[in-house]
Design a protein around this ligand. Structure first.
Ligand code: PA5
Length: 420
């Protein structure tokens, strides 16, 4: 299981202060099960690791097997919660089957063009994902790629489009039904940013060869372990500590990882926490950094800039491989003091050194330590943060499950585009 270490908060937030917040955290946790609590219509994700639709899960695996057999490329179209979870997992566990290309998560012609070029002479399919069924970015990308698919496959294109959307509503659902596309459901009570463990994440992941049974098992183990209603629960400790840091003026949470392939976990976390907590004039601003790379850029600010941030470091002990540093006869680079040492040892020392330096500099860290990052452990990590986020939102006193603020740009854009 995950281990949360709060020792580097010493001098800023004490274990006693964290423990004293137990009644508030308990009330916030209870709100996830309270039909009268704000956002209660969107808490289906809480029990999703056990309450998922088993027939649909089997259909996802069948569709994935078909895609793996008939497609060299799977174009996954979606934005926000309809893409970040799958992308985060796939950066860690890349596809051993079709190349997975994500589009519809920007309005960049260059991005579309680059993927279009990859399709030349290759077999491919589309998984279009939109809960509302009408989000502009994925809708535009889908129009482009559907057109290409029909040009390549004619009427058979319909057998290569997989739609993940609402079970009954929305433009995408209507077109999917009209054309007989295989459809998967984003459950009504699961919002986009909490949907990675639904068909939204599971179909692209299964098509890429990720063991989605293991992913769900990891999430399920986390669901059972972190339902514990006392301060021995690391989710409670994390939610309490970050709330106390916020109250002390630490308004930015920097999610830090030490593996480049974990950087999209940071992107997923930014959406999860940013959209859930940033409202009503409140909320911790979520950011992410990739160490040690960003120690040579953001590192200056973290150590020495405005003192309004704290770090949540996701540190994995065994990342699956290691490399020994070779001995050199001439020692021209003066590195022989490291000869024979594994690179992971150097990384661990960089991590320990950074924790101490940032603590001394007034940027305290929480550390979420994992012994390894396999699919099961990643399922656990995803659930840990979903639950932490739901509880944190209630602790802050906001509805964690709406996102009224994202409508403002759309309204302006539609007016400028002349949308009828
Ligand atoms: O979390 C959310 O609700 C959003 O980020 C959505 O996932 C995002 O806007 C995409 O919406 P949709 O799936 O309806 O296209």
């Amino acid at each position: 299981m995950l281990k949360l270490d709060l020792s580097n908060l010493e001098g800023v937030v004490s274990q006693e202060q964290v423990n004293a917040l137990a009644p508030e955290v308990e009330a916030a946790h209870a709100k996830l099960y309270d039909p009268a609590a704000p956002g209660s219509d969107f808490t289906g994700w809480v029990r999703l690791p056990e309450n998922y639709d088993k027939d649909e899960f089997a259909r996802i695996q069948k569709a994935a097997a078909r895609i793996r057999q008939d497609s060299q490329v799977l174009v996954v179209i979606g934005i926000g919660g309809s893409y970040l979870g799958a992308r985060a997992v796939l950066e860690v566990f890349p596809s051993d089957g079709p190349e997975i290309c994500f589009v519809g998560c920007s309005l960049s012609p260059n991005e579309l063009e680059a993927v279009i070029r990859k399709l030349d002479d290759r077999s491919w399919s589309i998984n279009v994902i939109s809960k509302s069924g009408g989000t502009t970015e994925p809708a535009v990308a889908f129009r482009v790629f559907r057109d290409l698919l029909v040009k390549q496959y004619g009427a058979k294109a319909n057998e290569r489009i997989y739609a993940t959307t609402d079970k009954a509503r929305g433009a995408l659902k209507s077109v999917a039904d009209a054309n007989g596309w295989e459809s998967f459901v984003v459950p009504d009570d699961v919002g986009g940013r909490f949907s990675v463990l639904s068909a939204v994440g599971l179909l692209p992941l299964a098509a890429a060869g990720v063991d989605i049974g293991q992913l769900m098992a990891g999430a399920r183990d986390a669901m059972n372990a972190y339902d514990k209603r006392d301060m021995s629960n690391p989710v409670w400790q994390y939610a309490a500590a970050r709330n106390l840091l916020y109250r002390q003026g630490k308004k930015i949470e920097l999610f830090c990882t030490y593996e480049p392939s974990y950087s999209f976990i940071g992107e997923w976390l930014k959406q999860l926490f940013g959209e859930s907590e940033g409202k009503d004039g409140k909320g911790i601003f979520p950011a992410s950094a990739q160490f040690t790379t960003d120690l040579h850029s953001l590192g200056q600010y973290i150590q020495d800039g405005e003192r309004h941030l704290f770090e949540t470091v996701i540190y994995v002990d065994d990342t699956g491989c290691d490399i020994a540093i070779p001995y050199s006869e001439d020692d021209g680079d003066n590195l022989n003091y490291l000869a024979g040492k594994p690179l992971s040892f150097v990384r661990e020392m960089a991590f320990q050194g950074t924790l101490a330096a940032h603590k001394d500099g007034g940027a305290p860290s929480m550390v979420l330590r994992m012994d390894k990052m396999d699919v099961h452990a990643l399922g656990e990590l995803l659930y840990f943060f979903e639950l932490s986020c739901g509880i944190s939102g209630h602790l802050l006193g906001v509805n964690p499950f709406n996102q009224p603020g994202v409508e403002a740009y759309k309204k302006n854009m539609f007016a400028l585009l002349g949308k009828p």
